[in-house]
Design a binder for this molecule. Sequence first.
Ligand code: C5P
Length: 220
Amino acid sequence: MSEIVIAIDGPAGSGKSSVSKQAARRLGYAYLDTGAAYRALAWDLLDRGVDTDDAEAVTGALAGFDYSISIDPDDYWVRVGDVDVTEAIREPRVSGVVSQVARVPEVRSTVTALFHRIIAEAPNDGIIVEGRDITTVVAPDAQTRILLTAAEEVRMARRSAELTGESTARVAEQLQKRDRADSAVVDFMTAADGVTTVDSTDIGFDETIDRVIGVIRGDA
Ligand code: C5P
């Protein structure tokens, strides 16, 4: 079981997944991408033909959700049943419905319980858990809690550089829409009490990781 839990929240395109994964590598910690669980569920519902706008149908389908995720930052994968969905859950058709799915209260409680089990069973000394409600709901007692932010234009630019075949305007529109929908469910734009903000607007990837590790180590 992990002795140390590091909670990192932030909006889409803040770089939290890549920063958290790399920080976990450097510290020898496990890494849990919670957004991937919501995405895997959205993928599964689309695959099963469940109407993602119908909260009751989504709740009813939860019992059949068979998901597993690697918490090894060097060997990251996500599966639904025995299907590897690591790449498929990043597709725009999944990003387009995931917020609808994630706002259903039964989804949040079921998925949060899964996270608690994964955190409790992680064999490493520590685990970095990243998402939207980790510092406030999933692990409010974490030793270190960080909000990773970046200016909106920078987040849009980073995300469109990652996605090929999508226009910058389309990426920006989808990201803004998703942020708006997600913020109505949990506030991940402002740091809760005791949460340290790391703003990556004007700093590169490596420096962001250094800052995050500095906060984890308790440097001034
Ligand atoms: O982090 P990522 O952008 O992959 O998350 C995908 C979606 O999962 C978010 O847009 C949000 O709807 C949901 N999510 C959430 N709570 C978390 C992590 C993700 O609601 N802790």
